[in-house]
Design a protein around this ligand. Structure first.
Ligand code: ADP
Ligand code: G6P
Length: 467
């Protein structure tokens, strides 16, 4: 008996290096950051879209220390355009993040989405042996639980929804609202990041499908489906250890020496939900409001390219580059550049070194399912301050962060000022309290809780019994 994970994004993707050899580089994004360590510990198989080198069908990963198998599905470029860019990222993603004006609802994309979901369901059903647990992930695959239920009526199927579930007035703009709900209800257990996403989901089941719902349950086709709030944790101890390592310490001092000023930090996929232009505007407002701090504070913004074929993302890239140029042109003086903009992914060591070096971490999404960066920073920093948007799912879990409204530029500018002037003992106390929470509710506990609830008592995977 084993665990079968199903997601659109694969955990590592192959790239040919200059010397001609192939390297499997970690994918960047919350889903794979969370699930790779889970699979490294549990073993099992992971079914995902093989974007690069589709000829490589199965691979044992991570290559340096293989712990699990990835089955890489081949999708045609038409399928990718319609299912991934078209429906997942031009319809569901903006709608679930409350950007309805960016959502495009096209019948042809919907049909491709349904068909590609069938392909994932077929692949999972082929791998399945009685007693296995199937765990489907995220909005790209909402129909897979229902499609699997038709194939495997007795299987234990879990689904985790990594992004927000919006209020009913927003969800009902989707022409295929009933189909999405029915697809998800093929699962036995549906996990989301916050109680309010769960409430919105249950109210959609009630009003769209007319179902009977309880506090955390809904009855569908004679089965009781559990719907639970289970925010993902991080590998807290791993971040703490890495942050304390000599290598990260050296890198972190080098970053500070390079700046010679106090440091604000942003780390995001380049996505319009992350509030990067709003953050840059707030920094501009901060420099206007506190001229004595010009030359004494630098914003380092690390942005990793994402979904570049979708227009909103291409426009965002130009908008951000334009703003960086304008703000740097307006405020630069005596060799000081206010914003250092880095357009690439960082290695884990570089990332943690930036977290350690920062005085203030700006996690200011306009809307975010959870936001792992906030948790990673809190686990890595010694004396920094976390500014956290009230619209990130993690906000309710992290009360010791300074909560901000990313739409309020002046308010955010004042919050940056307050964060830079917080007394050291208060900063350290807040971080200590945050860390205690993150140590308690870490990734291991999240996995254990979800899989325990999904398993029938006599079918726990061996790796889970050893936890
Ligand atoms: P999302 O899943 O929407 O991208 P999260 O904050 O939940 O947002 O997760 C992002 C993950 O990707 C985190 O684990 C973070 O460390 C990683 N990440 C984001 N930006 C970068 C970057 N520029 N370089 C390396 N890793 C990054
Ligand atoms: C978010 C989504 C994930 C997705 C990730 C990266 O975390 O919830 O499902 O994998 O962003 O986006 P991408 O489109 O590159 O997979």
């Amino acid at each position: 008996m084993s665990l079968i994970v199903v997601s659109n994004r694969e955990p590592y993707s192959p790239r040919v290096l200059d010397g001609g050899q192939v390297a499997w580089l970690p994918s960047i994004g919350g889903l794979t950051s969370a699930l790779d360590p889970v699979m490294q510990r549990m073993g099992g198989s992971w079914i995902a879209w093989g974007e690069q080198f589709p000829g490589v069908g199965r691979v044992q990963l991570p290559v340096t220390n293989p712990r699990y198998t990835v089955e890489r599905l081949v999708l045609s470029s038409e399928e990718v355009d319609a299912y991934y860019y078209g429906f997942s990222n031009r319809a569901l993603w903006p709608m679930c993040h409350y950007f309805i004006e960016r959502a495009r609802y096209l019948q042809s994309n919907w049909e491709a989405y349904r068909d590609v979901n069938e392909r994932f369901a077929d692949a999972a059903a082929r791998q399945y042996h009685p007693g296995d647990l199937i765990w489907v992930h995220d909005y790209q695959l909402a129909l897979v639980p229902g499609q699997l239920r038709e194939r495997l009526p007795d299987a234990r199927i879990g689904m985790f929804w990594h992004i927000p579930w919006p209020a009913q007035d927003v969800f009902r703009t989707l022409p295929w609202d009933a189909q999405i709900l029915k697809g998800m209800l093929g699962a036995d257990l549906i996990g989301m990041h916050t109680p309010s996403y769960v409430r919105h989901f249950l109210s959609a089941c009630e009003s769209v499908l007319g179902l009977e719902v309880g506090r955390n349950t809904v009855v569908w086709e004679g089965r009781t489906v559990q719907v639970q709030s289970r925010p993902i944790g991080i590998e807290t101890a791993t971040f703490e250890e890495l942050a304390a390592s000599p290598e990260v310490e050296t890198l972190s001092s080098r970053i500070r020496q390079g700046l010679q000023t106090m440091m604000l930090l942003g780390v995001d996929r380049l996505d319009y939900t992350k509030g990067i232009p709003e953050r840059l505007e707030a920094f501009d407002a901060f420099l206007d409001a506190y001229p004595d701090l010009r030359g004494r504070v630098t914003l380092v913004q690390i942005a990793v390219p994402s979904r570049e074929e979708v227009e909103s993302y291409a426009q965002l890239r130009s908008q951000v580059e334009g703003l960086v140029g304008r703000i740097n042109g307006k405020h630069a003086q005596n060799g000081w550049t206010p914003i250092h903009y880095v357009y690439r992914g960082l290695s884990r060591e570089e990332l943690v070194a930036h977290y350690r070096a920062a005085d203030v971490m700006l996690v200011t999404p306009l809307r975010d399912g959870l936001n792992l960066v906030a948790k990673e920073f809190a686990a890595s920093s010694r004396d920094g301050v976390l500014l956290l948007s009230r619209f990130a799912g993690a906000a309710s879990e992290l009360p010791e962060a300074l909560h901000v409204n990313p739409y309020d530029h002046d308010g955010l500018a004042q919050a940056i000022h307050a964060a830079l002037h917080l007394p050291l003992d208060e900063k350290q106390l807040r971080l200590k309290q945050l860390r205690e929470r993150l140590e308690h509710d870490d990734l291991g506990r999240w996995t254990e809780a979800f899989l325990h609830e999904l398993s029938l008592p006599d079918t726990l995977p061996d790796a889970l019994l050893q936890l």
